[in-house]
Design a protein around this ligand. Structure first.
Ligand code: DON
Length: 561
């Protein structure tokens, strides 16, 4: 039978029979991550009476062991914590920071040209890592277990090893070219003869186990000071990097207020700057609220056209206004206001694509009163955690801290190396996102929690660089407008537009007829690989939990009890 999607469905109802994609259902707790072993250890925490934050922090450390391409202690991210008692959600910002010696032109040569790959594959690419401090802070503020307890499964997985899945082997084979240049990376992640660990073989990380043990023994100081800090600083000194002992000692995560908006009566909470994610999800939802998205139908030409037009406007604004609010003023209230969205809607032609060249950043100020991985957890008290963290590229900079067994991020590429020069995701930035000492680079990561009648309802988020915002957006639309169950919402094909390049990117599964109509309206449509890996949970008002893990990553899993 046809998928039960489209108009007429009550939003987000957990229809199970007759659908092609089925969520995992449970009554007490649910964990969705991109790696089964991390899901398992986090679920165990819930079963033993821990809360969602305990489980999330445990998953965060476990992923740093089992999924080195994005799980990390050498990177950073954002965690949204939304209490089950209906009190205000909170965001923990543990994004990396530029080292104190960073400069605006550090990725340019003397002539002012951006040096290819300097911000991606050198020691200058690494920002000061935030993950350990961020996860520890989350636990301190909201957890019930100790840091030692949260680290124990990760230490065990690193010390005793785990059986590698095919995806692990494939990832290391694919990235070999840029990883094997670094002896510490080669010896940490490949066999002594240089070949990759094969599916079914046991992979151990003794140096990482020792690094995690130091955190377990000494708390965050066991990472930001002492032996690990010395190993990071020595790695930097040997190779012309900038991170010093002082930078590490000074790193602090921040507690921030999430961005808040509404969409058709639902409350949307998502990440505030230094991520652009929440701001633009709310902005795009505000624009789309003025259109009958359910009536248009999921992935219809009308639906995709209006999404693409709204996305273009938001990404154009992103290029100008978004940056670290500790350094620049971001017109957040304007960007997320219904009135600004209404003014933007007036410029959208329902039948014609507006070329990107005719779109620039708007002016929200009149409305201004003043390989990443995501995991979601909900516990039996209805507390929800939505966490996205990253080392930027798959395997980050590819550089392993010698003697410490973990990869360093290449998050500095998320700064604007020079106004108008795109970063690895084709994103353009300017003054607001220039490199400054101690500043956090702009992100697209969008851990998001939607509340219905004041209760945590949808917990979602994704990796995917610039596509994170649009991926997360579409899961929200799929549930609210198209009435899909959470697994269907996560699985169905997605589209993406980011203003520049001026094209709609589509996944496999969008009808050629639809593409033709879009082209007739003036859109350029390009096919590409899968976008995002969204790990979501939907909690019904009676407490029933539905988990949807993204099939785009073969190791993704949702488990409940
Ligand atoms: O913070 C950001 O927006 C990027 N560094 C995220 C990178 C990413 O999602 C890569 N994943 N597939």
């Amino acid at each position: 039978m046809m998928l039960l999607i489209g108009s007429g469905q009550a939003a987000g109802q957990a229809i199970l029979e007759g659908e092609r994609f089925h969520p995992v259902t449970a009554s007490q707790g649910m964990v969705a991550t991109s790696h089964t072993l991390a899901t398992e250890v986090a679920l165990e925490v819930l079963k033993k009476g821990g809360n969602a934050v305990d489980a999330a922090v445990t998953a965060g450390f476990a992923l740093a062991v089992t999924q080195p391409r994005s799980g990390n202690i050498g990177g950073g991210g954002f965690m949204l914590v939304s209490p089950g008692d209906g009190s205000a959600p909170e965001a923990i910002d543990y994004r990396e920071k530029a080292p104190a010696a960073a400069t605006e032109t550090m990725f340019q040569d003397d002539a002012g040209n951006v040096v290819p790959n300097r911000s991606r594959f050198t020691h200058l690419a690494a920002g000061v890592p935030g993950t350990v401090a961020g996860l520890a802070l989350a636990l301190e503020r909201h957890g019930t277990i100790s840091l030692q307890q949260a680290l124990a499964p990760a230490i065990k997985l690193a010390r005793e090893g785990f059986i590698v899945p095919r995806r692990f082997t494939e990832g290391l084979e694919e990235a070999r070219g840029r990883l094997e240049r670094w002896p510490a990376t080669l010896s940490t992640f490949y066999k002594p003869d240089g070949s990759a660990w094969q599916p079914g073989e046991r992979f151990r990380q003794p140096e990482l186990a020792a690094t995690l043990q130091r955190i377990s023994d000494q708390g965050v100081k066991g990472f930001y000071e002492g032996e690990t800090a010395r190993l990071i600083a020595a790695e930097m000194e040997r190779h012309g990097g900038l991170i010093t002992l002082e930078d590490l000692k000074n790193y602090e995560p921040e507690v921030r207020q999430p961005v808040h908006g509404t969409y058709r009566g639902y409350d949307i909470y998502s990440m505030s700057p230094p991520s652009s994610g929440g701001t633009h999800i709310v902005q795009i939802l505000n624009i789309l609220e003025g259109y009958p998205m359910a009536e248009f139908g999921h992935n219809s030409a009308d639906g995709i056209h209006h999404m693409a037009e709204a996305m273009k406007l938001a990404y154009a604004d992103r290029s100008k206004y978004l940056g670290d609010t500790d350094y620049v003023e971001v017109p957040l209230l304007g960007l997320t206001s219904k009135a600004y969205a209404e003014s933007l809607r007036k410029g959208i032609d329902p039948q014609r694509a507006t070329p990107a060249s005719e779109i620039g950043p708007g002016d929200p100020t009149p409305w201004e009163s003043p390989e990443t991985t995501h995991f979601s957890v909900v516990d039996k008290w209805g507390n929800a955690v939505s966490n996205t963290y990253t080392i930027n590229f798959s395997y980050g900079s590819g550089i392993t801290v010698q003697g410490a067994g973990f990869l360093l991020n290449n998050e500095m590429d998320d700064f604007s190396a020079k106004p108008g020069v795109p970063n690895a995701y084709g994103l353009i930035g300017g003054e607001a996102n220039k490199v400054e000492p101690g500043k956090r680079m702009l992100s697209s990561m969008s851990p998001t929690i939607v509340r219905k009648n004041g209760q945590n309802w949808l917990v979602t988020g994704s990796p995917g660089g610039s596509r994170i915002i649009t991926t997360t957006l579409q899961v929200i639309l799929n549930v609210i407008d198209h009435g899909m169950n959470i697994q269907t919402a996560v699985s169905v094909p997605r589209i993406h537009h980011q203003w520049l390049p001026d094209e709609i990117r589509i996944e496999q599964g969008i009808s050629p007829d639809t593409v033709r109509i879009l082209e007739e309206r003036g859109h350029t449509v390009v096919g590409g690989s899968a976008m995002g890996a969204i790990q979501s949970i939907l909690r019904e008002e009676d407490g029933t939990l539905h988990g949807g893990a993204d099939p785009r990553r073969s190791t993704s899993s949702a488990m409940g009890y």
